[in-house]
Design a protein. Structure first.
Length: 204
């Protein structure tokens, strides 16, 4: 997993509440376990009609927000089913941080497991960031170590994050990476067990 320390990027405003995971990545794109290529399905029904032709007006397809690395969203982002493809699709599109007033719990947890930083801020602060983001072509900064979001005008907003999750994001550790940090201890335990309880070993 790619470490997250600081992100300086354009932010795309998506002022829509209760965006669920089926809107983030519709069910027809869930047939793969490959994390690459999911960007084409991100917000598919918002971006394309039933014939697959591009709709006009969706923020992430606006040239002013090309290459946006952040998304500033409405309340209760990521509600609905638990599909892990939702953070995968956002990351594959280039989004590394989502700012909202609130997130669905399962989506919030999945974000940390995949290197996508979800930031919850009070509604007035999200509104202020949304207003600045609408201008396009402006750089927002997220500093995870300092736990701050800085807008293009220089407003600085502090956010809360669980210390354990913060540490893993800074180091780029998912659940597997965290376990591998103890690889030496695990190997020592297995060696001792093999000597003390050889009957537990499975013959090759």
């Amino acid at each position: 997993m790619t470490p997250f320390t600081r992100l300086d990027a354009k932010a795309a405003p998506l002022d829509v509440a209760n965006i669920d995971t089926d809107q983030i990545i519709p069910k027809q794109f869930l047939k793969t376990v490959d994390r690459e290529g999911l960007a084409r399905g991100l917000f598919y029904d918002m971006r394309f009609d039933t014939e697959g032709a591009a709709k006009s007006g969706f923020v992430l397809d606006d040239a002013a927000f090309a290459g946006a690395g952040m998304l500033i969203a409405g309340d209760n982002f990521g509600c609905g089913s638990s599909r892990e493809h939702a953070p995968w699709a956002l990351l594959d599109f280039g989004i590394r941080c989502v700012i909202s007033t609130s997130f669905a719990d399962i989506f919030y947890n999945n974000c940390f497991q995949n290197g996508l930083l979800p930031i919850a801020l009070p509604r007035d602060q999200v509104k202020a960031l949304m207003g600045e983001a609408r201008g396009g072509n402006h750089v927002f900064s997220v500093d995870l170590e300092a736990q701050t979001v800085t807008s293009p005008s220089g407003q600085v907003f502090a956010f809360e994050i669980d210390p354990g999750r913060k540490e893993k994001m800074l180091k780029g550790l998912d659940a597997i990476g965290e376990t591998l940090q103890a690889a030496g201890d695990i190997a020592d335990y297995e060696a001792r067990r093999s000597l003390d309880q050889p009957w537990l070993e499975v013959a090759a």
